[in-house]
Design a protein around this ligand. Structure first.
Ligand SMILES: [Fe+2]
Length: 282
């Protein structure tokens, strides 16, 4: 049986890499510290496999073919195609086809019909958090893409339930594996629209408060009502909702939040309670 040993979330704004050299030192310190803490917790959890839930920013899919959910079931995945991520240390990332197929089969039995891909390229949504968090060694990756870039979007409740099904699948996997889950994206941000660059700090803080409260229904109603008003990038909070579902809507631990207009993103970093029992001294 596999064990779900940790659930985490981190923002992934491109400017974290593209503008790194010109960011104020205080911003670099904030981001470095927050990512390092996420990485410290993931490294302490010693996962064999890391399920990463991210958007796809028009790399694998476009308007002619835009699945709501896609699971990467390949043996390997390509590294990021963005030229400004050329220094990302992995041109290819190992997958875990067996667990990915098992998750796919289980979620189908739960009423979800994700597409599958045997060859995904993992863009900055996946790779910025993996890189900046300093996850070493990099475990096998099961990439899961939730469409949070172009409507129609899966509802927050649907994403929550999908995350719960992922956790069920992990618990029913017959191989002995330590599995962690990392959701990336959000919080509020606005890209390529009239409100470009705006951050809705009030939304972000209320959002985090609802994650921490553990009241699933209040959180999901809040997200459905307020996500569309917090910039197009806020749609990515659906990935956090999936992580929240995987964690059973409990144990939310905010690692850090900062509204960071210099990178256009309300940056959040969090862990859920399933890693509370992990001995981080080992
Ligand atoms: Fe994004």
């Amino acid at each position: 049986m596999a064990d779900l040993v940790g659930i985490y979330a981190a923002s992934h704004g491109p400017m974290i890499v593209r503008s790194w050299d010109v960011l104020p030192p205080a911003s670099k310190h904030t981001l470095t510290t927050a990512f390092a803490e996420v990485g410290r917790r993931i490294n302490a959890a010693k996962p064999d496999v890391l399920i990463v839930i991210s958007p796809d920013h028009w790399v694998n899919f476009f308007l002619d073919n835009l699945p709501s959910i896609s699971i990467g079931v390949g043996e390997t995945h390509d590294g990021p195609p963005e030229p400004w991520l050329n220094d990302f240390p992995h041109k290819q990332l190992a997958g875990h086809a067996s667990l990915a197929q098992h998750i796919t089969e289980h979620v189908f039995n739960c009423g979800f019909e994700p597409s599958v891909s045997y060859k995904l390229a993992l863009d900055h949504g996946f790779c910025i958090p993996l890189w900046k968090a300093g996850i070493d060694p990099l475990p096998a990756i099961v990439p899961i893409i939730i469409n949070t870039v172009e409507a129609p979007f899966p509802s927050a409740a649907r994403c929550f339930d999908f995350g719960r099904s992922i956790a069920e699948a992990v618990n029913r996997y017959e191989g002995s594996l330590r599995v962690a889950l990392l959701a990336t994206g959000g919080l509020s941000h606005s890209i390529g629209e009239a409100t470009m660059g705006q951050i809705d700090e009030a939304f972000d803080r209320e959002c985090l408060q609802h994650f921490a409260s553990g009241d699933r229904d209040v959180l999901l109603k809040f997200l459905e009502r307020k996500m569309p008003l917090a910039g197009n990038g806020a749609a990515e909070v659906r990935n956090w909702a999936a992580a929240h579902g995987a964690a059973g809507a409990r144990g939310f631990d905010l690692i850090h939040y900062s509204a960071m207009p210099e990178i256009y993103v309300g940056c959040g970093f969090a862990a859920w309670g399933v890693d509370k029992n992990i001995n981080t001294n080992k």
